[in-house]
Design a protein around this ligand. Structure first.
Ligand code: GTP
Length: 821
């Protein structure tokens, strides 16, 4: 034990030489002791020790005498001796002088050290005597004596006058060795040294076992014995639902069996495996069969696929309840959409409901005879189609507003096509009937050309003649909407977790992302964890169109919610998840996939990819949008396109109109996967940038037959790509190098641009093109290179041309595929 302590790295001197057998010190310690004595000797010899040295020696001697005593004795001895030192310290260095201030009595204080008090001295001597008598009475074992005898000898071996360091090491000095032994430290007096290696210094209540050893032994015997836990064999599951790639450990949990048992079983079945090795489908099924149970592969759930919740299969038919219809109002500019919406907002909404509309949330509900109608406040047709492009088929009924004094206009037709593409029934509101010159019959006749035939003419389209400004027949319009809703049998299940679509969203400085959502199924509650488009969150607040806080919202209700992490897009779908963790996982995965999709964009249908897309998707129709300068061209082109039929596939004109290609056309093209054909028209700047972003294929023609030929060729997969020449460099031939094996190599330099390995070259001599062909080789020095840049010299040969001359100018060019503008 003592040996171990000695080499444990502690500087503390060994208190008792518990190993007296050691005859001599280890070599390292002997060297160290010799070094110390060497260092001490000359110091001793050279250091001038005037009178004070005597005092110092005297002091040490006194300390030696005090050492065997307890701490108190040691300290008391020191104090007195130090006082003695002070009286003799005239020739001491400054540091000694400095120390004296701390013990000097201040003015007014009694100098106790100057007073002669022998009581302590007497006490010490008496105590000493008593201890000696005790020791003698004890008669220590002889084995310990050499150790004690050795100690002073070892101390004597050390230089007696080697300064404070030597004093501290030997456990002597001003404090009688108490510092070194740790006895004088307040910390050591109050705390127990940690001996259990935990590093804990402060003793804790439970550190020490309570009671005597015997009492503890008895208590341990009497304590009730813990029963040995016997693992209860659980029954096997009826069906083992596994995933491919599971290991023995996973299966052990599912089968409620020990992993070793499974390993053994598999071994007997001829499969050598360990606990962590993944198992294939066959192995898992064989194992299940051996246990006599059925094995079924668990289908992996795609957490990011929120669209599956919108399948009609997920709806519980029994829980279905009638819901309010969702209506969108569309029509040509200035035909009265806003006026109609405002009228509904002011009258039908506020009627009987205190507060009225206090804020605009992009959607609101009107009430007629205790039946609700939800109106979507879409700012334009493009937004409507954009929403649909994102999968939000929220609209049940479209109200087409046509001014009776203006008739069918381009945006009226656009609106009809948008509604048709969305597959929603149309109710026509012939507006401004109060106006002079209003001709509702004319409107009805015009609309018949677009398959909107009034009921009185044998069709199935509802027409209501209204005056939005004066509210004439507006209630009748609402009645008709409710009637159409009845026909549609609009129902929803309010019992399931909510799902729906975003109507509009924005970032509020104080509240963060604020979104107006329309609940399509289920009931939305405050606190619901939610995934919206590519973001997620928890519904923090929910308000209705009157700005009132609500806790829950049923199907077909528009509400404004906060609590999302980011601003979603209009038309994004939302779904309430089981918990926030799943919502977060789904939202993050969707955001990741959206980023990847943007990166890999380019899978939209273009005229170039039409043939492949037709083959891939087994398309029966090719959707196109036709825009032309005059109505005659529109009709001619659409008529010709409709006649094209290739292998049972025909062209479907989604929308055709006169005028420039606008963003509404681009949105419609995006939603319907159509190609836009422009005849003598160009896109508006906004539509152009939107088409670029959405990668919509727009083609422009000035000859109808070109358009028809292109579409026919694309449908046959024979569309020729269009190439354009692009000059990339100008070269001048400097000299010729003739080789018997390779022929003539022209040495030249690039005067402008560059030349590449796949360049075509045009040899120009005296301003005349003498040859146009393909470059055969390109090299710098002896190495073949891919390109040579401006300013460099190089060698080249031309395919099938050997008559190159110094001074010839060479134009390097490439053929670049271009999209027709
Ligand atoms: N006399 C009469 N004027 C109407 C009626 N409805 C709308 N108006 C007027 O027609 C003009 C255009 O109406 P809006 O409601 O702004 O038309 P809009 O279709 O919303 O127009 P945009 O928002 O530009 O697409 C306004 O001056 C209305 O006052 C109506 O029934 N009778």
């Amino acid at each position: 034990m003592a040996e171990e302590k000695k080499f444990s790295g502690s500087n503390r001197p060994t208190r008792k030489q518990a190993v007296p057998e050691r005859k001599e010190l280890p070599a390292s310690q002997r060297r160290h002791a010799a070094k110390l004595s060497d260092e001490a000797k000359p110091q001793n010899a050279n250091r001038p020790r005037p009178k004070t040295q005597e005092g110092g020696q005297q002091n040490r001697r006194n300390n030696n005498n005090n050492r065997p005593g307890n701490g108190q004795q040691g300290q008391g001895g020191n104090r007195r001796n130090n006082n003695n030192n002070r009286s003799n310290n005239a020739g001491r260095p400054m540091i000694r002088e400095k120390k004296s201030w701390s013990t000097k009595p201040r003015e007014g204080q009694i100098n106790y050290s100057a007073q002669k008090d022998d009581s302590l001295k007497e006490y010490v001597s008496e105590n000493k005597k008593a201890q000696e008598a005790k020791q003698q009475a004890k008669k220590k074992p002889a084995a310990k004596k050499p150790a004690e005898a050795k100690k002073p000898a070892a101390a004597a071996a050390k230089p007696a006058a080697s300064g404070a360091k030597a004093e501290a090491n030997s456990g002597q000095g001003r404090f009688g060795g108490s510092l070194a032994s740790g006895n004088n430290s307040a910390r050591n007096n109050t705390r127990k040294r940690n001996t259990n290696g935990t590093g804990q210094q402060t003793p804790r209540r439970n550190d020490k076992p309570h009671g005597s050893k015997k009492a503890r032994r008895i208590a341990a015997k009497q304590a009730p014995k813990k029963p040995v836990t016997v693992r209860k064999e659980q029954p096997l599951p009826e069906v083992l639902e596994y995933k491919v790639g599971m290991n023995v450990q996973d299966l052990a949990k599912l089968l409620h069996r020990d992993a070793t048992e499974i390993i053994k079983k598999l071994f007997l079945l001829g499969v050598v495996t360990n606990q962590n090795q993944s198992l294939d489908e066959d192995t898992i099924e064989v194992l299940a069969a051996d246990y006599g149970i059925e094995a079924k592969q668990k289908e992996e759930e795609d957490v990011a696929d929120i669209d599956r919740f919108f399948d009609d299969e997920t709806i519980n038919e029994e829980a279905l309840e009638p819901r309010a219809p969702v209506v969108t109002i569309m029509g040509h500019v200035d035909h009265g959409k806003t006026t109609l919406l405002d009228y509904l907002r002011k009258t039908n909404v506020t009627a009987g409901e205190a507060g009225g509309i206090t804020q605009h949330i992009g959607a609101y509900q009107a009430r007629l005879n205790d039946k609700l109608i939800t109106f979507l406040d879409t700012p334009g047709h493009a937004a409507f189609t954009e929403m649909r492009a994102r999968g939000a088929n929220v609209t049940d009924i479209t109200v087409l507003v046509v001014a009776a004094d203006d008739g069918v206009q381009p945006q009226t037709i656009e609106a009809i096509n948008h509604a048709k593409a969305a597959g929603t029934p149309v109710i026509v509101a012939v507006n401004k009937i109060d106006k002079e010159g209003a001709n509702p019959e004319q409107v009805m006749n015009e609309l018949m050309a677009y398959d909107l035939v009034p009921e009185e003419y044998g069709g199935d389209t509802i027409f209501v003649q209204i005056s939005a400004k004066f509210g004439q027949n507006v209630d009748q319009l609402l009645e008709m909407i409710l009637l159409e809703a009845d026909v549609l049998e609009l129902k929803a299940d309010p019992t399931q977790p909510a799902r729906g679509s975003v109507i509009e969203a924005r970032l509020d400085k104080g509240r963060g992302p604020v979104s107006t959502v329309l609940i399509q199924q289920g009931t939305l509650h405050v606190g619901d964890p939610i995934v919206v488009g590519n973001t997620y969150g928890r519904v923090r607040t929910m308000t209705n169109e009157k700005g009132q806080d609500i806790d829950a919202a049923k199907p077909a209700t528009p509400v404004q919610i906060t609590g999302l992490n980011e601003v979603p897009l209009a038309g994004d779908r939302f779904i309430v998840m089981a918990d926030e963790k799943t919502a977060r996982a789904a939202g993050e995965e969707r955001a990741k996939r959206a980023r990847e999709e943007v990166r890999n964009a380019g899978s939209v249908v273009t005229l170039d990819t039409l043939f492949n897309t037709m083959a891939e998707k087994a398309m029966k129709t090719v959707p196109v949008i036709v825009k032309a300068d005059v109505q005659g061209s529109v009709e001619a082109l659409t008529g010709s396109l409709k006649k094209i039929e290739v292998d049972g596939v025909r062209v479907d004109v989604v929308h055709s109109a006169v005028g420039a290609i606008n963003e509404s056309d681009v949105s419609l093209a995006e939603a319907s996967g159509a190609i836009i054909l422009g005849f003598n028209v160009r896109p508006t700047p906004f539509a152009k940038s939107q088409a670029n972003n959405d990668k919509i294929d727009m083609r422009f023609y000035s000859v109808i037959y070109d358009a028809i030929d292109d579409v026919t060729a694309a449908m046959k997969g024979q569309l020729e790509p269009v190439y354009e020449e692009k000059v990339i460099g100008q070269i001048v031939v400097k000299e010729l190098f003739k080789f018997s094996k390779v022929g003539t190599i022209a040495g030249a330099s690039v005067e402008e641009g560059k030349i590449t390995k796949d360049s075509k070259v045009r040899i120009i001599r005296n301003g005349t093109v003498i040859y146009d062909g393909q470059l055969a080789s390109l090299q710098r020095g002896k190495d073949a290179v891919n390109e040579v840049k401006f300013g460099y010299e190089f060698g080249f040969t031309v395919n099938k041309f050997n008559d190159i001359q110094p001074g010839d100018a060479v134009e390097a060019y490439i053929m670049e595929e271009v999209k027709p503008k």
